[in-house]
Structure formats: C-alpha cells, structure tokens
Write a protein that binds this ligand. Structure first.
Ligand SMILES: Cc1cc2nc3c(=O)[nH]c(=O)nc-3n(C[C@H](O)[C@H](O)[C@H](O)COP(=O)(O)OP(=O)(O)OC[C@H]3O[C@@H](n4cnc5c(N)ncnc54)[C@H](O)[C@@H]3O)c2cc1C
Ligand code: FES
Length: 283
C-alpha cells in the first residue's frame, strides 16, 4: 500500500541510482532516484511543474522541483543546488549512489499543459530554476505530445558556460529541430561558441510572436523582474505568462501556513501561478 495515502507526512524510501555533477562549481547535482517499494513507484505520478519534499534522515526535509518528465519510466530526478550553510542540501550532496533518502509527493499544482494544446509555447528559464522546465521540455518533445502544440521556443540562460545545466540535452534539443532552442550566457569564456547576453536582452532580439502563444517563465527573481517588461511589450498578457514561485516550506500540503503569500499557499495553490495572479498577491 502507498504509505503517503495513509499519512501524507511519511516519506517514501528511494535509492540514489545515479548522481550527475552538472556545473563547474560542482554545487549543482542531479539525483536519479528509484523507489525501493514497487507500490510507491506505481503510485507516484507527477505532472510537469510539481515538486516533492526530499528528506535526509537526521537532517531535515526540503522542497525540490521534479526535473524528470512524467514520461520517464522507472525513476524520478531532482537537481539540487548546495548552499554552503544549508544543512539539507549539503547533506544531500554528501551522499553517494546506493544511499537511501525519503521522498514525499508529488506536491503542488502544475503547468496547465492540457489547456495550452494548439498554442505556441515560449519557455524561458534562468539558473537552476530551469529544472521543472527541463521536465516540461522532455515531456513535450515526446512524439505523441509534440504534435499537440505549435512552435516551441526555448530560451535558457546561465551566468557562464560552466553553470549551464543538462549540457548534453541542450545540444540534443538544438540539433533535433523540433523546438527552437536558444542558449545564452551572461558572460562568455574562450570555450563558448554560442550566444552572449542577458535573457531579457536576448528575448528582445528573438521577438517571438505573442499571437496564440503562452510564455512559461522560471528563474531567479532578478531575471523574472527584467523578463516581464519585454514579454508584456511583445504582447503577452499577464494571463498568458505562467511562472513558478519559491517560498520556504514545511508541510508542503497546505497545513502549516509557512509558505503563504496573502491568502495563497504556495505549496498547495501553487507553486505555478499566472503573472496576473502573482501581481494580485499582497506580498
Ligand atoms: C517549490 C520549490 C521548488 C524548488 N526547487 C528547487 C530545485 O529544483 N532545486 C534546488 O536546488 N532548490 C529548489 N528549491 C529551493 C530549495 O528548497 C532550497 O534551496 C532548500 O530548501 C535549502 O535547504 P537547506 O536546508 O540546504 O538550506 P537552509 O538552511 O534552508 O538555508 C541555508 C542558506 O541558503 C540560503 N538559501 C536557501 N534557499 C535558497 C534559495 N532558494 N535561494 C537562495 N538562497 C537560498 C538561505 O538564505 C541560507 O543562507 C525549491 C523551493 C521550492 C519552494
Ligand atoms: S508549507 Fe505548510 S502550508 Fe505550505
């Protein structure tokens, strides 16, 4: 029986199957996790944009966006940034393949992909907030899903080439041609042959059409702040811009009030909101 159905506070055990170091700083790692109980694996069905609580015994529990696609069979993935003073992220980064941790979820709402069928999608990501967008892109590139959408334009930026996540996949997407994938870095180095420039500036250059289009945007607050004006200028209305919020969380299921912004619980009503909804929030 799935333990989370009985008690939503009890984590499911998962084994770390693989760890990928994503960046030059080595403070971003992707953890591939496999459920140790078959029933838990069957019960865990997520949608793009959702998160889960990851727990390390004796340390604590943290919310992390699900980076794998719902169509990835047999495992789930999370990309975690380690904060030097962060107890849980540091404990996670110190673990090895084969170690057991806990997962509670999937939690929160998701990107409304079903209601966006037939539309063009503009997917904009910056920094490590790109994780749930990576899940979304993997999902949409699946042959069955891809034909349900119009043009898919991806714009992803990182501080420098060494900080780009999922480098092999980015190359694959660029070569495949079923999306327009534009990767940019704030500051290039000698190795970088691609684009240099901040995400909002590159967005102005690309000038994607807003007709029949929805933008999904996830990134650090500073990127979001400077990406909204170009989007609005290009004709994307606040209802047609979707984003994801981050807040400190405890229960993750709308019980403790740790994550609320005004009357909304980010863990339960979000983390996905339209830009229009975030503008109406009191905080
Ligand atoms: C819905 C949701 C999805 C998330 N998805 C991801 C994800 O995919 N990958 C990921 O790495 N993180 C993600 N986070 C953030 C993650 O939850 C925090 O980084 C984590 O809780 C830090 O735990 P800690 O115990 O290591 O650090 P804490 O002890 O909580 O904090 C230690 C230090 O790190 C700083 N810090 C903590 N969180 C952040 C932050 N988000 N930004 C900047 N500084 C911070 C604190 O200010 C403090 O100085 C997500 C958060 C939410 C709410
Ligand atoms: S984290 Fe407890 S209510 Fe959202």
């Amino acid at each position: 029986m799935n333990s989370t159905k009985k008690n939503p506070y009890i984590p499911m055990p998962v084994r770390i199957d693989a760890i990928t170091i994503e960046n030059d700083e080595k403070d971003l790692k992707t953890f591939r996790l496999v459920f140790t109980e078959k029933n838990d694996a069957t019960a865990f069905r997520h949608s793009c944009g959702q998160f889960a609580m990851l727990s390390v015994a004796g340390t604590g529990e943290i919310p992390i966006g699900i980076a794998s696609s719902p169509s990835d069979e047999g495992y789930i993935e999370f990309t975690v940034k380690r904060y030097p003073t962060g107890s849980v992220t540091t404990a996670l980064h110190d673990l090895s393949e084969g170690d057991i941790i806990g997962v509670r979820g999937p939690l929160g709402n998701s990107f409304p992909l079903a209601s966006l069928e037939g539309r063009n999608l503009l997917i904009i990501g910056g920094g490590f907030a790109f994780t749930t967008l990576r899940a979304t892109i993997r999902y949409l590139r699946n042959a069955e899903m891809r034909k349900k959408y119009g043009n898919i334009t991806i714009l992803y930026g990182a501080r420098n080439p060494g900080e780009l996540l999922y480098k092999k996949e980015l190359e694959e997407w660029q070569k495949a041609g079923d999306t327009t994938t534009v990767v940019t870095v704030d500051k290039a180095d000698d190795t970088w042959k691609g684009r240099e420039g901040l995400v909002p500036n590159v967005l102005y250059e690309l000038a994607p059409k807003s007709e029949n289009a929805t933008a999904i945007v996830c990134g650090p607050p500073i990127m979001l702040k400077f990406t909204m004006p170009p989007l609005l200028k290009l004709g994307f209305t606040p209802d047609n811009i979707i984003t994801s919020l981050e807040r400190k969380m405890s229960c993750g299921i709308g019980k403790c009030g740790r994550c609320n912004v005004g009357s909304k619980y980010v863990c339960k009503d979000g983390p996905v909101f339209t830009y229009a909804e975030t503008m109406a929030m009191e905080d």
